[in-house]
Design a protein around this ligand. Structure first.
Ligand code: HPA
Length: 250
């Protein structure tokens, strides 16, 4: 592996198991102390930038959010020499302005998950690590994504609180009311522990979220996978535009 070039990591979530425009020249399945990542890293160029792409849920999509090996995934990027990560996450909307198919760049998160290994130092009491996580997302990567969205004329909500729930089920209406009271704007299942592991690994990391449904109880409708896929299809093109442009501006 040639680690001399700056490499951006991209984590594809639901609806993004591959990037067609990524010219892949190497597929690499690293071994990590935490086991295998969700899928091989696809190394190549996008927007003139060296990129390592990883499908968070595997390719094909088969790993639910609570079973993703987040430690192995982040360690795989570290081994590949990645220094910055853009994570793409499908989410539900709590905030009324964050309508389905819109893009959100959260600046905060609240972690409601449980039982997920959330540190590289779980078993190392000699080396307890308490990373600063006041601002969970890297401002440099967020700024880059904002500039890219502006350059492409793509609307992007610049800030918001991501509530990360355990899943794989969706929430009850009462749970969403509680998250709203807590200050959450969007809800998803994959922000954590991915973001904190990136912080522990000293990788600049930001989340580009695509709203795929109104959160439970926000409309009188039940949430269907068909509706989620319709909104994914409606928004993923804009996600790719922002991604490619942000890489070409890196
Ligand atoms: N809740 C949690 N995770 C999600 C949702 C949701 O409504 N939509 C997409 N991921």
């Amino acid at each position: 592996m040639d680690n001399t070039e700056s490499i951006w990591g991209i984590i594809g979530g639901t609806g993004l198991t591959a990037i067609e425009s990524l010219v892949v020249d190497e597929t690499w399945m690293p071994e990590t102390p935490w086991g295998a990542p969700s899928a091989p890293l696809h190394m190549g160029h996008l927007g003139g930038q060296r990129v390592a792409f990883l499908a968070r849920h595997g390719d094909p999509h088969r790993i639910p959010p609570h079973r993703v090996n987040y430690q192995a995934n982040i360690d795989a990027f570290r081994q590949a020499g990645v220094d910055r990560i853009i994570a793409v996450n499908a989410v539900g909307a709590i905030h009324p302005a964050m309508t389905p198919a819109s893009l959100v760049l959260p600046d905060q998160l609240i972690d409601y998950t449980w039982g997920r290994s959330s540190s590289f130092h779980d078993d190392n009491l000699q080396h307890t690590v308490h990373v600063d996580f006041t601002w969970p997302y890297a401002e440099s990567v967020r700024q880059n994504l904002m500039a890219a969205a502006a350059a492409r004329g793509v609307a992007l909500h610049q800030g918001g609180v991501y509530a990360c729930t355990q899943g794989p089920r969706l929430e009850t209406a009462a749970e969403i009311r509680r998250l709203e009271k807590d200050g959450a704007d969007i809800v998803g299942m994959t922000a954590m522990p991915e973001a904190v592991l990136a912080r522990e690994a000293d990788l600049d990391y930001a989340c580009l979220a695509l709203v795929v449904n109104w959160a439970a109880g926000k409309t009188s409708e039940v949430i269907t996978m068909d509706d989620i896929h319709t909104n994914l299809n409606a928004g993923i093109g804009r996600v790719l535009q922002v991604l490619e442009t942000s890489l070409s501006r890196a």
